[in-house]
Design a protein around this ligand. Structure first.
Ligand code: FAD
Ligand code: HEC
Length: 483
C-alpha cells in the first residue's frame, strides 16, 4: 500500500549457489576469513578506525561516510556518485577492490573464492542490524480510496482521508518522493523520474492500478477531467464530488462500471448508494443511471435491497443483458450511448476496465493484465526478487481490496526479512475484510472472515457493523502510516 519499496541492503542470493544456505553464506565460517581484513579493520563493540574505517553497520552504509576517517579521492568520488554498500557492491569490492574503486587506498588484492566471500559477507552482516528500506512514492499525501465514497455521500470530509509519510520516515524508512520509471532486473536497479537510479536486493511493487486503454469507447485518460473515474483517490474524488454538488436540479448522474476483475468489487455500488444518499437530501428529483458490463455484482442482494428501501425509483441499473455492456461516451458533448441510444448526462463517472500499474509491466512481471504471484511469499512468478502486492497482484481469488493488500504486505515483509537476514519466515496467512456503506446513518454491510451481513438485517445490527468499520479504518491506516 505504500507505493513501492526497495529493500536494498542485507542482500542475499546473488551468487547462484546450490542451496539457500550457501547463497546466503555462513557467518561462523566467515569469522576466520575476516582475519585477512583485521590488520586494517575493526568490527563489533568499541570498534575504531585503524588503517581502514570500522565496518559496523556496513550493509546499507553510504560509501566513504565514516565522519572522522580520511578516505582517498577515489572513494570520495564513487561516494558522491551514490555508491551504497550492499551485497552486490561489497562482493565486487572485496573480490577486487581496484576494479570497483580504481585508486582506492585499500591495498588488498581481494578474496577470490565465491563461497569465502559469501561467508565473509554473512559475518559482516551480523554487525549490521538494519534492513535498509526505501519507499519511492510521487505523492506527499496518500488519500485513501477506501471511505472515499463516504466523502461523496457527505459522511466524511476530504481531510479525513489524507495521510502523510512523516511517521514512517521517522521510523527510519527512507522516503523518496519520486516516480519509478524503469526497472533493470538484471542489474537490479530502479530508475526514477529524477534520473538517478536505486539499487535493490528485493523490489516490492505495490503500484495500484491503471486503466486498460480505450476500454470504454470515447474515453481515455485525457477525458478524466470531464468524466472523472475517481478510482485512484485524491483530486479525482474531489472533482467528482464538486460535479455532484453542482449538478442541476433534477439532473442525471451516470456511472459506467468496469468488468471483472477490478479494485474493490463493491466500490461502484457503494458509490451509487452514497451518491443517492447525497441526492436524496440535496437534489431529490435527480436520477442515477448505471451502465454495467456484468449481469451480477458483489453483494448485489444487499445493495439492491438498500436501494429499494431508501431510494425507490431513483436508481436505474442497466445490466449487460439489457445493453449495459455496450456503451460509448462523448466527454465533449457530455453524452452517453447505451445500446445505441444516446442520452445527455449531467455528471458521468466512467470507471474503465483495469490492469496492473504500469511499472509492474515495465518490470516484466505481468502476464496479461496482472502480476501472478506465489502464495507462499507473494513473490512474482516471473522473478522471485520482485514481490507484487495489492491490486496489481494476481493471487488465487483474493479480491483487490486494501485489506487484502495489507495482508499480502505482511506476508511479503516476513518473507523479505527472512531472505535478507536468514531469520525465520512464518507460514503465509492471508485474511480479508470488505466494508461497504449502503445508507449513511446506519447501514454498513461487511464481510469479516466469512461473516457477511444478511438481507433483512435490523438497522441496529447494521449500525453496530458500521461502527466496527470505523475502527477498521483507524487500524489499517495506522498499520500503513504508523500514525
Ligand atoms: C471507491 C473505492 C472504495 C474502496 N473501498 C475499500 C474498502 O472499503 N475496503 C478495502 O479494503 N478496500 C477498498 N478499496 C480498495 C483499496 O483502496 C485498494 O485495494 C488498495 O488501495 C490497493 O492498494 P495498492 O497498494 O495496490 O494501491 P494504492 O493504495 O493505490 O497505492 C499505490 C501507490 O503506488 C504509487 N505509485 C504508482 N505508480 C508508481 C510509480 N511508478 N512509482 C512510484 N510510486 C507509484 C501511487 O502513487 C500510490 O500511492 C476501495 C477502492 C476504491 C476505488
Ligand atoms: C591493508 C589494509 C586493508 C585491508 C587488509 C583491508 N582493507 Fe578495507 N579498507 C582499507 C582502507 C585504507 C580503506 C579506505 C579506502 C579508500 O578510502 O579508498 C578501506 C575501505 C574498505 C571498505 C569501504 C568502507 C567505507 O566506509 O566506505 C570496505 C567495505 C572494506 N574496506 C572492507 C574490507 C574487507 C571486508 C577486508 C577483508 C577482506 C578489507 N577491507 C581488507 C584498508 C584495508
Amino acid at each position: 500500500m505504500r507505493g513501492f519499496l526497495t529493500a536494498h541492503v542485507l542482500a542475499a542470493i546473488l551468487a547462484a549457489g546450490p542451496s539457500f544456505a550457501s547463497e546466503l553464506g555462513n557467518a561462523d565460517q566467515g569469522a576466520p576469513v575476516f582475519r585477512q581484513c583485521s590488520a586494517c579493520h575493526q568490527n563489533g563493540e568499541g570498534a575504531e578506525n585503524r588503517v581502514g574505517p570500522h565496518l559496523n553497520g556496513i550493509f546499507g552504509r553510504d560509501a566513504g561516510s565514516v565522519d572522522d576517517f580520511g578516505y582517498s579521492a577515489s572513494m570520495a568520488r564513487v561516494a558522491s556518485d551514490g555508491l551504497i554498500w550492499m551485497q552486490a557492491t561489497l562482493d565486487a569490492y572485496i573480490e577486487n577492490p581496484k576494479a570497483l574503486v580504481s585508486k582506492t587506498r585499500m591495498n588488498f588484492s581481494g578474496v577470490k573464492d565465491t563461497q569465502e566471500r559469501a561467508d565473509l559477507l554473512a559475518y559482516l552482516r551480523s554487525f549490521s542490524s538494519q534492513i535498509n528500506v526505501t519507499l519511492v512514492e510521487p505523492s506527499r499525501m496518500y488519500s485513501t480510496c477506501f471511505f472515499s465514497n463516504l466523502y461523496l455521500g457527505g459522511v466524511k470530509e476530504i481531510d479525513d482521508l489524507g495521510h502523510s509519510y512523516g511517521a514512517i520516515a521517522a521510523e527510519g524508512i527512507n522516503v523518496i518522493h519520486d516516480r519509478a520509471v524503469d526497472v533493470d532486473s538484471a542489474a537490479k536497479t530502479v530508475s526514477r523520474a529524477s534520473s538517478s537510479t536505486l539499487p535493490y536486493d528485493k523490489l516490492v511493487l505495490a503500484s495500484r492500478i491503471d486503466f486498460v486503454d480505450r476500454a470504454v469507447e470515447g474515453w481515455d485518460i485525457s477525458a478524466q477531467n470531464a468524466m472523472p473515474h475517481a478510482y485512484k483517490g485524491g483530486s479525482q474524488t474531489e472533482l467528482l464530488k464538486s460535479q455532484l454538488v453542482n449538478m442541476r436540479e433534477g439532473g442525471t448522474f451516470a456511472m459506467v462500471t468496469p468488468p471483472n476483475p477490478y479494485r474493490c468489487p463493491p466500490g461502484p455500488y457503494e458509490r451509487v448508494s452514497m451518491v443517492a444518499h447525497y441526492l436524496k437530501a440535496n437534489n431529490p428529483t435527480a436520477k442515477i443511471v448505471v451502465a454495467d458490463p456484468k449481469d451480477t455484482f458483489s453483494k448485489q442482494g444487499l445493495f439492491q435491497e438498500g436501494w429499494l428501501r431508501h431510494h425507490p425509483g431513483m436508481i436505474d441499473w442497466i445490466k449487460s443483458d439489457f445493453g449495459g455492456g455496450s456503451v460509448s461516451v462523448d466527454p465533449v458533448g457530455m453524452t452517453i450511448t447505451i445500446d445505441g441510444e444516446e442520452t445527455a448526462m449531467d455528471v458521468c463517472n466512467v470507471i474503465p476496465a483495469m490492469m496492473a500499474g504500469h511499472i509492474t509491466e515495465v518490470a516484466g512481471v505481468t502476464d496479461g493484465n496482472w502480476g501472478p504471484v506465489n502464495a507462499a511469499d507473494v513473490s512474482s512468478k516471473a522473478n522471485t526478487d520482485i514481490p507484487v502486492l495489492g491490486d496489481s497482484a494476481d493471487l488465487a481469488d483474493m479480491s483487490k481490496s486494501g485489506y487484502a493488500a495489507k495482508s499480502q504486505a505482511k506476508v511479503c515483509a516476513n518473507a523479505v526479512r527472512g531472505a535478507l537476514t536468514g531469520l525465520k519466515v512464518f507460514p503465509a496467512k492471508f485474511s480479508i475484510t470488505c466494508w461497504s456503506l449502503i445508507e449513511a446513518t446506519a447501514e454498513k454491510i461487511s464481510k469479516v472472515d466469512g461473516f457477511i451481513s444478511q438481507t433483512g438485517e435490523s438497522t441496529e445490527m447494521r449500525r453496530a457493523t458500521y461502527e466496527e468499520s470505523e475502527g477498521w479504518y483507524k487500524g489499517i491506516t495506522s498499520d500503513m502510516f504508523g500514525a
